[in-house]
Design a protein around this ligand. Structure first.
Ligand code: NAD
Length: 495
């Protein structure tokens, strides 16, 4: 059985780890590897290696940093297929989707290539007689990323290219369910000329995470994962005086108005609900359909759910792969069972899809879902689309806003007036107008509201630069005979 090790200081290491977790192949249901689970001593080793590397990397010139970023971009771009294969094997998503994930991660690398421009400070000449003032931003030090299983390349890339470009050093604790992609990325960083110790990977579970949250040299923590863990990470890291951004789970609604192109809406909802087997934080999992659009939309969703090609991720024909583990499949099937018991109508039922021993659940559509049903109240994180029927746009907006999550939402309409009202009134961070999965490009920032984000900073884009740096403002005078100003006991004011 292959053992997946940590990557510390530019080499693979077992360190003090003796515990392991299984890594499954979700398409076959077989265990394909085991991953080491770090002990606090392993986390200490990674953090102290990163702290030593920071002493040099903080002083690397902007052109040196951007040349490493450009080389890294070239290498990732040249290895998209290898990375996509690793993702498909451990996560289960289909190859085309995995390639898309790498592509979206690359966008962040490309954004970070512009670090000399992004870190430009501000300068005010002559704020007082003979006095100038300027501000610039400096790296924090060692920063940590703790990431979920569902985007093993893209989500870490929301963090490390920007953190490293800003001059920080990085310790990544990826999901123990699909750990291999991070090691592949670590090697690409090394080949790109990044000094050893700037990017480190420790695998593990709560033990490793807690050690990172309690580690004194770790200045900032970026987390992406489920809401209960995001809340916990935010509280504990904050209590330890760290800067923290913790992105949580989601329940993303699509509102469909009667004036929408229903064929277009149904096509896009099907892809947004069942792509990656619904295991995206921006997946549409709840549709709110207004008035007479209801029956026409549900009829189309039923038909389209039945045509999704489900199969192993490695099969280029597959449109949807398995879910990540047997536990995930059982949890998802449990939510479908409960919805049926609580009175939802099963329009499409994916519970009995068997493809070998893989962890498959077929596309499922639930109609007449109400807000008290378990399948609505919880993040199902599987290929299950619920439909709730309402009579008016007001009711639709109120329904979306009553949900505790606020990651993404979409409206399907041909009315600019309705769309504008929706974008202004929904309490959600990312909004699509006839766009079902409105994931912002890397030069904007990504983040939800309410229980989908703890901390004030969204991730990547301009907010990423601010998160991974702190500002300095300098007020400078070079006294000489003409400009000598007498010292004063007054609070300084401009003269
Ligand atoms: P998860 O919360 O179970 O795990 C995320 C990370 O936290 C992993 O590295 C894991 O090892 C660690 N972890 C798990 N339990 C822990 C504990 N008790 N203490 C400390 N650390 C712990 O999430 P997941 O199942 O890997 O990923 C799916 C979730 O992530 C979904 O809720 C999804 O919505 C969310 N997600 C959100 C976004 C976003 O941008 N908001 C993006 C991707 C995924």
């Amino acid at each position: 059985m292959k053992t997946i090790q940590h990557w510390i200081g530019g080499t693979l290491t077992t360190g003090a780890s003796t515990r392991t977790a299984p890594v499954w192949n979700p398409a076959t249901g077989e265990q394909q590897a085991e991953v080491l689970l770090a002990e606090p001593a392993d986390v200490d080793a990674a953090v102290s290696t990163a702290a030593r590397a920071f002493e040099q990397w903080r002083d690397a010139s902007l052109s040196k940093r951007s040349s490493v970023l450009f080389a890294f971009r070239q290498l990732v771009n040249g290895h998209v297929d290898e990375l996509a294969g690793i993702i498909a094997d451990e996560h289960g998503k289909v190859i085309s989707d995995a390639r898309g994930e790498v592509q979206r991660g690359l966008e962040v690398v490309e954004f970070a290539c512009g670090i000399p421009q992004l870190l430009k400070g501000e300068y005010s000449d002559q704020v007082s007689s003979g006095v100038d003032s300027y501000s610039f931003r400096q790296p924090l030090g060692v920063v940590a990323g703790i990431t979920p299983f569902n985007f093993p390349v893209m989500v870490p890339m929301w963090m490390h290219p920007i953190a490293i470009a800003c001059g920080n050093t990085f310790v990544l604790k990826p999901s123990e369910r699909d750990p291999s992609a991070s090691l592949y990325v670590a090697r690409l960083w090394q080949q790109a000329g990044l000094p050893d110790g700037v990017f480190n990977v420790v695998h593990g579970d709560k033990v490793a995470v807690d050690a990172l949250l309690d580690s004194t040299p770790v200045e900032a923590v970026s987390f992406v994962g489920s809401t209960p863990i995001a809340r916990y990470i935010h509280e504990r890291a904050n209590a330890n005086g760290k800067r923290v951004q913790a992105l949580g789970g989601a329940k993303n609604h699509a509102v469909v108005l009667p004036d929408a192109d229903l064929e277009f809406a149904a096509d896009h909802l099907t892809a947004a609900a069942f792509g990656s087997a619904g295991q995206r934080c921006m997946a549409i999992s709840a549709t709110v359909v207004v008035g007479e659009a209801g029956d026409a939309l549900v009829g189309r969703l039923k038909e389209k759910a039945g045509t999704v090609k489900v199969g192993p991720g490695r099969d280029e024909e597959s449109e949807m792969g398995p879910v990540v583990t047997a536990d995930a499949r059982n949890r998802i099937v449990g939510f479908i069972d409960s919805a049926e018991q609580q009175g939802a109508t099963l329009v499409a039922d994916g519970r009995n899809l068997n493809i070998g021993k893989g962890f498959f659940v077929g596309p499922t559509v639930l109609d007449h879902v109400t807000s008290d049903m378990e399948a609505y109240r919880n993040e199902v994180f599987g290929p299950v689309l619920s439909v709730t029927r309402v009579d008016t746009v007001d009711e639709a907006i109120a329904f979306v806003n009553a949900n505790p999550y606020g990651n993404g939402t979409a409206i399907f309409t041909s009315s600019g007036e309705a769309a504008r009202r929706f974008q202004r009134e929904v309490t959600v961070g990312m909004i699509g107008i006839n766009v079902p999965i409105p994931v912002p490009m890397a030069y904007h920032s990504f983040g939800g509201w309410k229980d989908s984000l703890f901390g004030e900073s969204h991730i990547h884009g301009p907010e990423g630069i601010r998160f991974y740096t702190r500002a300095k403002v300098v007020t400078a005078r070079w006294p000489h005979v003409e400009h000598t100003v007498a010292a004063s006991y007054h609070f300084p004011t401009a003269t």
